[in-house]
Design a binder for this molecule. Sequence first.
Ligand code: ATP
Ligand code: MG
Length: 436
Amino acid sequence: MSRDSHDISRRQISENALKVLYRLHKSGFKAYLVGGGVRDILLGLEPKDFDVVTNATPDEIKKLFRNCRLVGRRFRLAHIVFGRDVIEVATFRGHHGENSDTISKSNAEGRLLRDNVYGEIDEDAERRDFTVNALYYDISDFSIRSYGGGIEDLQARKIKLIGDPETRYREDPVRMLRAVRFATKLSMVIDPISAAPIKSLAPLLADIPAARMYEEVLKLFFAGKAQANYQMMQDFDLFGPLFPQIQGVIADLPKGHAAKMLNAVMRSTDDRVNQDKPVTPAFFYAAILWYPLKQRADDIALESGLQLYDAHVAAMGDVMEEQCRTISIPRRFSTPAKDIWQLQLRFERSQGSRAFKLLEHPKFRAAYDLLLLRGEVEGGSVAKQAAWWKSFVEADETQRGDIAKGSGKTSSNRNRNTAQRKRKRKPAVKTDSAAE
Ligand code: ATP
Ligand code: MG
């Protein structure tokens, strides 16, 4: 598409991306804006980031830019760093012929462990994931090149994988998640031929390095489309391989608490993102893993005879460790997630004068938000507990004193009642308060 048959103008491209494109072009290299940047501008959306592709090799790129960092092993790239803004510059990928392992490598399932064969733009286009992502904006004449029908698919709102779907998903199973993410983000439909093999190949996601998965999960659930992505992931069996413990309790718990919690967390995450409120992986993981944690704590208590509180603490480590096998949650989030879990037990025991102390806990707000969701999901005594805390939190200083005093009696009565009920049901497990 020549310059005057499309409406991308340089004003829609970030200054830093333009700098990179011009510098490459002036040094005699080919330089294109590619992927999401072109796609989103054509759709009238604001691109999240700008990716550049060139025929310069990573080493040649490095010589041109002082602010350049070479990154990645599986897929070598240059990052041109402008303060907090990073422009990603890739070299055209080529086809895989007979290469040594240092250049390209696959595993037994067909997954590409390394992809550093360089080529020309046509080959590069075939190595991209979807046709709508194989769009190139040429800085030398401002034309757009579309491969494999990218422009037509963009107009037809179709997410279509380039090449043979099964081979391409096996090369990189994350493409299955990307198909879902682009379909919801761009309000498009996954082409039936591209969708067909997903269910049967979904288990391949379990082998993706956990660090990469962490990043993908953030993009799926923290960009305002969590509900839609969660639903579509379930429809394609893509959720279970990433969250095996959650999928287990969704299947096991007949009351549907775990499933309701997942829906509630996704909805509230979307609401917050769409209102520009902060979201944190600590709360997200604490909430979606709450029912697996409860189940694990019950199992430990039953097997070991530990008190429920101690069993709960032991289960926190187990559940988090297990989740980190598929998604490596950084410690700066997994630690506060455990605080949020521990506070759930203290809510039950702290109605009354101890409530003031709990209010000062740095993770109080997140833990309280989880309590509200639990109340919503379970109703019954948890909903009552949540209601008590809500009145306490929303009251002013003096009212709080009254609420705390007034509840002293009822709260301890209530606790005694629960303790009795528990004792009746499970005589082997002691539930004496050993909380703090
Ligand atoms: P967004 O940035 O909005 O998430 P994007 O399409 O720009 O979407 P990036 O992850 O930034 O996605 O990747 C840039 C481009 O690189 C893509 O448009 C696509 O052409 C290519 N690409 C990215 N990941 C893959 C992959 N796993 N397999 C093949 N090509 C990919
Ligand atoms: Mg991008």
